[in-house]
Design a binder for this molecule. Structure first.
Ligand code: ZN
Ligand code: ZN
Length: 763
């Protein structure tokens, strides 16, 4: 930051031109400048321009000095200043300070702000008994409130939001037009007199008599399950400290084991149950307010049902005024899980909620501010002080990510994958990832995918001429995208992962990619997922891969990790392996016979070199997890069991392009049957995986001299795998890059697809 002021006498009048770049548009920056200037009797003007914000301030040198000191610190919550440049110019003798409207702003992409968590000042307003917004659940200001989810059109203005139906009362109107007020031009500004209202109803839609807040708190305390309308959709909520309520919610939602996210009343409470480092605390309280995956304190007492077998807990803080009002002295922590039926999109209006959640929720806390666009909570975890997004949605969408593209690159739409679907637009060197959509196996989700993509394109004013999608012939995302007009570009699944990681790290030129995930369609028609690739945006080479093994029963093998274990044992030693499998899974003798027949005859057993499935098999072999009731369950539970154990390694070999795993899996089973501790074996298993990939990467370097490595794919959500492989490679002199801004899982696929298409079609 270059602020160099010549030093005239402090009382002398001077005029300064100040240019500020960074995140300074759409964040209330001009009113902030106005307030700070007027406070110091400075004259002049402020204006948005293409680079950011420019202003001229005139007054006593002392006042200008103080003004600059404030600017350097910038107390504005949503602004991020990169640079301040000052030039002393001739005084002009203005009589006042004004905010000038600018013709064209920014880079030609309309600014659509993301939703912002309630700010400290608004929090104070709703908690102060004498404030006119006391306990008003829709309080907001220029620093906070709904944005993306209520915007219907551009430019961002109240009449283009779902607040257009609410006419501001006199007082709100006054705030809105007063540049000295922090609600100056706060588009969703509202108060109890003129704004939206909350309402509580039962599962038939009948209003529950009494005050909504008192009733809601009483119902939650009594163990009821409530559907709560939030910013981007409904949550299902219950008292997180009530084991019966948590169990009931699991039962009704048909979700036996997948961890629930919780919302805690305040940060002190989070610290009582979880360890929170500085970075994690900052993120919990950030304007984006994501769910942060935290390590639970050993011995902290919470219902086991919240996150069975997980040593972590997904935690967020209240991010709307309504959320704050869901807590009191006795109610400290709520389960807040997405309000959707399995596979279906988030319910966003009361009718949808009553229809989709009627069998899960006892009561519905709703309100009459319409949600225009769905947006799930974002999820992230901090690994070695660096945040990694696992789901990029509310608070982040539709912010852009700068990525390297060729000159004159066309605009691109990328469809993403079928699971954890999220699409992405590319325009002028910026990627615009869409919100988390979900599983495209469901027609309703596919409808939302198309709708959300159409709307975002319109708002960002992108007109893609290139459409990118996965090569998988059976992918819904591909089928939908193939119907769109434009030049079609198909991209291999693991190539997209590699490109995604390159892109967010602003890399060009060839890299080595270690891509580990569950299942993706490979170039040879088999299932890939434990890959060492080399390549760039244009193309890739498959250098090494995990040993392929049959998935007996295809999809069924994904749900039942013990089947993968049988497959590995059969592959390692044939009939002897089958005997070993029967010793491990004594209750499944008949099924194992059936399975081995299937394997011998190669019936319905597609080959897969997947890292996720290898973890599945190991978890089942070690008795850690035999069934996957949610995506990634077995690998997560294995990693959890391995934590804290010393990490030995098993021997392995690399033959040709194949990293052999049969011996490893056989040794695992033998050690376990000999009575060795499962956690210790799991720890050694993971350490061996790290050694395998490190060895393969080293061979690629020896062959082609590359020394930059990107790590991507869902398996790298496992903090051990990510940090251990990175440390190992860095020690060997590699530069290692990981995914942070978009998920390493398939949620980050679209970014990679978009970049591959852009580079292929421009060069
Ligand atoms: Zn606020
Ligand atoms: Zn009002």
């Amino acid at each position: 930051m270059a602020v160099n002021l010549p030093g005239p006498g402090k009382a002398q009048r001077m005029r300064l031109r100040v240019e500020v770049s960074g995140v300074v548009q759409g964040v209330g920056f001009r009113p902030y400048i106005y307030r700070e200037a007027v406070k110091r009797s400075l004259k002049g003007w402020v204006l948005n321009n293409r680079q950011g914000v420019v202003m001229e301030v005139e007054g006593s040198a002392l006042s200008v000095d103080q003004f600059l000191a404030e600017l350097k610190q910038c107390s504005l919550r949503l602004a991020r200043i990169n640079d301040i440049r000052c030039t002393v110019i001739d005084t002009a003798g203005d009589h006042k300070f004004i905010i000038r409207e600018s013709g064209s702003e920014g880079d030609g992409v309309p600014r659509i702000p993301a939703d912002v968590a309630v700010c400290p000042s608004c929090r104070e307003d709703i908690l102060s008994p004498h404030n006119r917004r006391h306990q008003y659940p829709f309080t907001n200001c220029t620093d906070c409130g709904p944005r993306y989810t209520i915007i219907q059109g551009v430019p961002y203005d109240r009449k283009e939001t779902t607040m257009s139906g609410f006419a501001m009362c006199e007082e709100c109107e006054e705030e809105y037009h007063n540049p000295l007020n922090r609600r100056f031009h706060a588009q969703p500004n509202a108060c109890p007199q003129c704004g939206p209202q909350a309402a509580l109803c039962d599962s038939k839609g009948e209003t529950v008599p009494g005050h909504w807040r008192e009733k809601t708190l009483a119902l939650l305390k009594a163990g009821h399950i409530l559907a709560v309308k939030g910013l981007g959709g409904f949550h299902l909520a219950c008292d997180a400290k009530n084991p019966e309520a948590v169990q009931t919610l699991r039962y009704r939602k048909g979700r036996p084991a997948r961890p629930f996210a919780v919302m805690c009343r305040d940060e002190a409470l989070v610290r009582r149950y979880c360890s929170v480092d500085e970075k994690e605390a900052e993120l919990l309280d950030s304007p984006e307010a994501p769910i942060v995956v935290l390590r639970r304190r050993p011995g902290s007492i919470l219902p086991k049902g919240l996150a069975p077998k997980a040593g972590t807990l997904g935690v967020m803080l209240p991010y709307t005024p309504l959320h704050h009002l869901l807590f009191d002295q006795d109610l400290e922590m709520l389960v807040m899980t997405s309000g959707n039926e399995t596979g279906l999109p988030l319910a966003k209006d009361t009718q949808e909620a009553l229809r989709d959640l009627g069998t899960v929720a006892d009561f519905f806390l709703t309100h009459n501010r319409p949600i225009h666009k769905r947006c799930d909570d974002s999820l992230l975890q901090v690994i070695q002080k660096v945040p990694h997004l696992l789901r990029r949605s509310r608070g982040y969408v539709p912010a852009s990510i700068p990525v390297p593209v060729p000159n004159n690159s066309a605009q691109v739409f990328a469809a993403g994958g079928d699971l954890k679907n999220s699409f992405c637009f590319l325009k002028d060197g910026h990627a615009y990832p869409g919100p988390h959509i979900g599983d495209l196996a469901y027609a309703e989700t596919r409808r939302v995918h198309l709708e959300a993509a159409g709307e975002l394109a319109e708002m960002l004013q992108v007109e893609p001429t290139i459409v990118a999608f996965d090569c998988h012939p059976g992918y819904h995302s591909a089928a939908l995208a193939a119907k769109k007009p434009g030049t079609h570009e198909t991209v291999w699944h693991h190539h997209a992962h590699l490109a995604s990681c390159m892109g967010e790290n602003y890399l060009t030129g060839p890299v080595i990619g270690v891509i580990c995930d569950g299942t993706g369609y490979g170039r040879d028609g088999t299932i890939w997922g434990g890959e060492v690739l080399s390549g760039d945006y244009l193309d890739f080479e498959r250098e090494f891969h995990l040993e392929p093994v049959p998935l007996p029963g295809g999809e069924a093998a994904v749900r039942h990790p013990w089947r993968m274990a049988v497959s590995w044992l059969w592959q390692s030693t044939g009939e002897e392996g089958v005997t070993l499998a029967k010793a491990l899974f004594a209750d499944k003798e008949r099924e194992i016979d059936l399975l081995s027949t299937m394997l011998k005859r190669k019936v319905n057993s597609p080959m897969a070199s997947s890292c996720g499935r290898l973890y599945d098999a190991a978890a089942a072999l070690l008795g850690i997890c035999r069934e996957n009731t949610y995506d990634g369950q077995a690998p997560m539970e294995l990693a959890e069991a391995a934590l804290g154990h010393e990490r030995g390694t098993y021997p392995f070999t690399i033959e040709g392009k194949t990293i052999s795993c049969s011996t490893l899996m056989h040794s695992l089973a033998e050690d376990f049957l000999r009575g060795k501790d499962a956690g210790m074996i799991a720890a050694a298993f993971e350490a061996t995986i790290v050694e395998m990939f490190a060895a393969a990467v080293e061979r690629v370097r020896q062959k082609n001299g590359l020394d930059r490595v990107v790590l991507s794919g869902g398996s790298f959500q496992n903090p051990y795998l990510l940090t251990a492989l990175r440390t190992r490679l860095q020690a060997a002199g590699f530069q290692v890059y990981t995914q942070r801004q978009v998920p390493a899982n398939d949620g980050g696929l679209a970014l990679g697809q978009a970049l591959v298409a852009a580079w292929r079609r421009t060069v």
